[in-house]
Design a protein around this ligand. Structure first.
Ligand code: 1MF
Length: 189
């Protein structure tokens, strides 16, 4: 993945747990580079190793690291030069999720090494909640998607609960059920 992803992970760890923790995590992952270059491509395994090492050093589940990281990604990219882009693709959760594939096509025009996942929104009959279908050539990032959705909820001041309801390991692909916590804040349909 683009180095931007590992940079964001580094920022998440440093802000939440400090520089010393990051250095231990980086060493534990066997990564000797002292910085990532945002536009360089790194093996997905680098990111997976960092998450596994963070899980050991911080004594948290990998899924907790990935979820926190997903939330942070939304904040981080908004401040790291992609704020205008994010603003172009929606100003509420449902339209933003509906536009995610368009957003990735837009990024891929400039950065052709992108291997974007695909997201599909399914509305639930008679219910303000949503189902989000997530398909990716990468395995292991489903907990990050939970955090991405929560981060978007914060960005748009729409508090949500998120639960995974299908898994690529046993089902066709990953599915997440999204419910608006404050029903009054759910968008009109
Ligand atoms: O293939 C990739 O390198 C890649 C990198 C990031 C693919 C996707 C993404 C973004 N995605 C990360 C989880 C991917 C898990 C998977 O592949 O199954 C998160 C998508 C997302 C979801 C909800 C809300 C916001 C989201 O992302 C916003 C976004 C997406 C991509 C970029 C920035 C913001 C981006 C911009 C430039 C990039 C790479 C990604 O590359 C650069 C960076 C600097 C200089 C040159 C190129």
């Amino acid at each position: 993945m683009y180095g931007l992803v590992n940079q964001a992970l580094e920022d998440f760890v440093k802000k939440g747990f400090g520089n010393t923790a990051w250095n231990r995590i980086r060493e534990g992952a066997g990564i000797r580079l002292d910085m990532f270059v945002s536009m360089d491509s790194y093996p997905d395994e680098t990111t997976h190793r960092l998450v596994r090492s963070a899980s050991e050093v911080l004594d948290l589940d990998s899924s907790e690291i990935l979820e926190g990281f997903g939330e942070h990604w939304v904040l981080y990219t908004a401040q790291a030069g992609y704020g205008e882009m994010l603003a172009m693709f929606g100003s509420d959760l449902r339209s933003f999720l509906n536009n995610l594939d368009n957003m990735h096509s837009h990024v891929a025009m400039s950065f052709p090494a992108l291997r974007p996942p695909s997201f599909e929104v399914e509305q639930i009959e008679g219910d303000p909640g949503l189902l989000l279908h997530y398909r990716s050539e990468r395995a292991g990032f489903a907990p990050m998607v939970v955090g991405l959705i929560k981060g978007l909820g914060k960005r748009f001041s729409q508090e949500v609960s998120v639960r995974q309801t299908a898994y690529r390991e046993t089902d066709e692909h990953d599915v997440f059920r999204i419910d608006y916590v404050d029903a009054g804040a759910s968008p009109p349909r």
